[in-house]
Write a protein that binds this ligand. Structure first.
Ligand code: ZN
Length: 351
């Protein structure tokens, strides 16, 4: 750390308002550090990236990210409140925690992204020969490095987790759901399902292939228990009914402020699990869905029903109950327009 103390430190100590500081410095903020009266060391690595190192020895390294999509406000508000409580000394941490506001400029313009969807750029996809860099590509590369450095400085043997918090563009039959990244054959963890249930998330989508998402990066590269968590539908700042996120906030708070968190006994009946059936990419200019823009995630279709039309190619449901996730007819050509899923049981691949 250089001897220069950034101008913003005194005000940040007083207000704890790291969100506004990040929004006022969209792509860069000088690093800085200070120590709270309770001994917690606060390190600002960059705009939107703040680390808390408790004075006591921790057993978990916890990453909470939000604003990977800038208009997904509810998780930003949750993290903003937690950061303020920690800096004010109202919330004493027992675990190391790294908070990330992924894309401050996209928060300011109230859009999912500025030039490019950040969550399609992780796990090295930010740097592709022949593709010019832009702010989001540079940001994805930096965020990977901050997460990597954070985990590498953890206690030997401590457990790593990363919850990348989102809200979905459209409504969902299952309002909150999580995406469990592809584990390359490693078993899924019931303890993580219990954590998600405690957050109010009982629906989990198990991926079967590598991805470009932030959560896949932390899972694949750092062995973290890592999830993309969708907490409900996108709303503007201040219009979120925060009572609907109370369980989530309570559980996220407990994870970083307690030595251990106890969850109720595992009961498979409490979960709805799905596995990816297929992805449908947009390959033609003419691409459409037969359902309305309001169709909810996890809406199921009867075998033989039309799911999408790509140019002259119709796609029909080929399994009874095939359900739609993240339909978006306006993606760039070559990208995923629709993911479909089918229900799955909790079996021996879960420990
Ligand atoms: Zn999102």
């Amino acid at each position: 750390m250089s001897a220069t103390i950034p101008d913003y430190i005194e005000e940040l100590k007083q207000t704890g308002d790291f969100l506004t500081l990040s929004r006022n410095n969209e792509w860069h903020l000088a690093a800085g550090e200070f120590t709270l009266n309770n001994g917690t060391v606060v390190t600002i690595h960059d705009t939107g990236v703040i680390e808390f190192q408790p004075a006591t020895v921790s057993s978990k390294d916890v990453v909470y990210s939000s604003a990977v999509h800038g208009n997904e406000t509810a998780p930003i508000e949750i993290c903003d409140e937690l950061i303020k409580q920690i800096i004010a000394g109202e919330l004493l941490l027992k675990q190391r925690a790294l908070f990330i506001f992924g894309n401050p400029q996209s928060i300011n313009i109230g859009l999912r992204f500025v030039e490019e969807n950040l969550n399609r750029l992780f796990n090295g996809h930010h740097t592709v020969e022949g593709v010019p860099m832009n702010n989001e590509r540079t940001r994805a590369a930096k965020l990977e490095q901050y997460v990597s450095d954070f985990f590498s400085r953890g206690e030997q043997g401590s457990s790593r987790c990363h919850y990348d918090l989102h809200t979905a563009i459209r409504g969902s039959k299952n309002e909150k759901f999580a995406v469990y990244p592809y584990l390359h054959g490693k078993p899924w963890k019931k303890s993580q399902l219990q954590f998600l249930l405690s957050c109010g998330v009982n629906t989990v989508l198990m991926m079967k292939s590598p991805a470009t998402t932030f959560s896949y990066y932390s899972s694949f590269v750092h062995g973290a228990d890592s999830f993309t968590v969708e907490l409900g539908q996108v709303k503007p700042f201040g219009e979120n009914d925060m009572s609907r996120f109370a369980k989530t906030k309570k559980t996220l708070t407990a994870l970083i402020s307690q030595d251990n968190v106890d969850y109720p006994e595992f009961n498979a009946d409490e979960f709805e699990l799905f596995t990816v059936h297929r992805t449908i990419n947009r390959t033609q200019n003419e691409f459409s869905f037969p359902f309305s823009d309001q169709a909810e995630n996890f809406t199921g279709f009867a075998k033989g029903e039309l799911l999408a039309t790509d140019g002259d190619t119709p796609y029909y449901a080929d399994v009874q109950g095939e359900a739609i996730i993240f339909p978006n007819a306006n993606v760039a050509i070559g990208q995923r327009a629709l993911l479909t899923v089918v229900p799955m049981a909790i079996d021996s691949n879960f420990i």
